[in-house]
Design a protein around this ligand. Structure first.
Ligand code: SAH
Ligand code: SF4
Ligand code: F3S
Length: 476
């Protein structure tokens, strides 16, 4: 059957040029305003912080159309699922979820279901949804978020399913409405896309080329957040230290950090810094500004140089460890976390031992650990792999035990200390307990009274666990 929509293509999405990315300014067409009066939406978000921020854009667009956020998914007139394609497990979860939406649609045939995010960029997913998941009305890609109002309008007009997924390199769109989900911490995109092409990773295909926002737009956004009373910003990019390179200007991430620090927002974080290009201007900016938080996430992925080469990570074990040691020396008291993949194609026992020894060397505060997941369309998917799943699972377990050991060891430094906590709210587990994070990004659960979300309070740590701290509010 002839398709009346254009399939995305991961191989087109691989293309890159050196041209400056176009910068556009969004404005909502008047005909979409008021379309959502009296109706509600619900957004489910998977994946990384980039997706969290994209969901806030989707919410902003829907709010501008007059829709309101629904309390419960089942009651919503529109359900959007913002998906992640980074590992097979993430994809399976989403497909299960879409399957479950069928029953809502039965009860409410007018409900609109939209699938966005990184999975939408894959032709296999679009094909699968179009063939097997009839309940889905809209598939929209990561480059097509601002088309949501139009897509919703069109579905409401002709009741036909819509697919809009561009596989292009991408542009920068400013002035898009946003409804932030938190009132004290904000995600701020500083750049989009990724040009690193680590051989296992789908992100450069689903997010397009590396493109930086104008520094003035970023700083203006942070200044506005300060006016609104925000306490923390997290500057987002797949590799924040590549900031500015695509603009061909003499202004780096270190410069941006220093300028964002001048807004006097109480807390600044950033995610993710690739070890590549972690330069001295960054270290200087971090050292000189107390509102840049003492926490660095520095993904290692593997501790073996041969595997790192096959991963196309652009650094060797020795180079990573040298950078890590330098940061540790220059930034005392900082906490450090990492990402690690076990079971990359044909990772030998010796190579895995190198990863363990790197963890022993770095003594990370925490690590996000994953079993390698084959991503169709990436170079690693074509590599031979004789390592069985059970071995990979055993490795993951051994690694996690080591990670927990050092996490616990690092947390001991906070025992009986008074720490500053930015309060997120009541703890999910215990209604009388508040939770929040220290500057070092340690999760603290504490008892106290008269505390509000967004307060920065002093807490005395009474108990130390591997992945969180317990304490009591210190009255001032
Ligand atoms: N840009 C970030 C990472 C984004 S993806 C960086 O380079 O640090 C988050 C993490 O998911 C990666 O650091 C990696 O550890 C993991 N990951 C990515 N692709 C994966 C795959 N195919 N299988 C298993 N883990 C993967
Ligand atoms: Fe993926 Fe590597 Fe880009 Fe991170 S730097 S998003 S791991 S390709
Ligand atoms: Fe997932 Fe896409 Fe982020 S694949 S990790 S949601 S960039």
């Amino acid at each position: 059957m002839k398709k009346d929509y254009i399939l995305p293509s991961l191989s087109d999405a691989r293309k890159r040029n050196k041209e400056l990315s176009a910068k556009l300014s969004f404005s909502l067409d008047e005909k979409y305003r008021g379309l959502g009066e009296g109706k509600t939406y619900y957004i489910v978000t998977h994946g990384c912080q980039a997706n969290q921020r994209d969901s806030e854009t989707m919410a902003g667009l829907l709010d501008a159309m007059g829709y309101k956020m629904a309390e419960e998914e089942k009651d919503a007139d529109i359900i959007l699922i913002n998906t992640c394609a980074v590992r097979q497990g993430a994809e399976e979860k989403v497909l299960g979820e879409i399957g479950a939406l069928k029953r809502y649609k039965k009860e409410n045939p007018d409900m609109i279901i939209g699938i966005g995010g990184c999975m939408a960029q894959e032709e296999k997913t679009v094909n699968l949804i179009m063939e097997k998941y009839r309940q889905v009305d809209i598939i929209f890609g990561t480059h097509n978020i601002t088309s949501l109002p139009k897509l919703i309008y069109d579905v409401l007009s002709d009741k036909k399913r819509k697919v809009e997924v561009f596989s292009k390199m991408g542009e920068i769109i400013e002035s898009v409405p946003v409804t932030r989900f938190m009132s004290h911490k904000a995600w701020v995109n500083i750049m989009y896309g990724c040009d690193k092409f680590c051989s296992y990773c789908i992100v450069p295909y689903t997010r397009g080329k590396e493109r930086s926002r104008d520094k003035d737009d970023i700083i203006a956004e942070v200044e506005e957040l300060v006016r609104q009373g925000y306490k923390e910003v997290c500057l987002l990019g797949q590799n924040v230290n590549a900031y500015g390179k695509d603009l061909h200007i003499d202004y780096t991430f270190g410069n941006l950090l220093a300028d964002v620090a001048k807004t006097n927002i109480p807390r600044i974080r950033f995610m993710t810094s690739h070890p590549w290009d972690f330069d001295d201007t960054m270290i200087e900016a971090i050292k000189n500004n107390k509102n840049i938080m003492p926490y660095i996430h520095l993904p290692i992925q593997s501790g073996n140089s041969e595997i790192l080469r096959k991963m196309n990570r652009r650094y060797s074990r020795e180079e990573y460890l040298a950078l890590f040691d330098k940061l540790k020396r220059e930034l005392p008291g900082f906490s450090f976390t990492t990402d690690i993949i076990v079971g990359f194609p044909n990772e030998s026992d010796e190579a895995f031992e190198d990863t363990l020894s790197a963890v022993k060397h770095c003594e990370y505060d925490n690590a996000f650990t994953f079993i390698y997941s084959k991503r169709e369309g990436t170079p690693a998917a074509a590599m031979e792999d004789a390592i069985d799943q059970k071995t990979k699972e055993e490795r993951l377990q051994r690694l996690n035990e080591l990670v927990a050991f050092y996490a616990n060891k690092n947390n001991q430094r906070f025992k009986d200390q008074v720490v500053e906590v930015l309060v997120d709210g009541l703890s999910k587990r215990n209604a009388k307990v508040y939770s929040g994070y220290t500057p070092e990004n340690k999760l603290v659960n504490f008892t106290g009274e008269g505390v509000k979300t967004g307060d920065i309070v002093k807490v005395k740590i009474t108990q130390v666990m591997s992945f969180s701290l317990n304490g009591e509010l210190v009255e001032e």
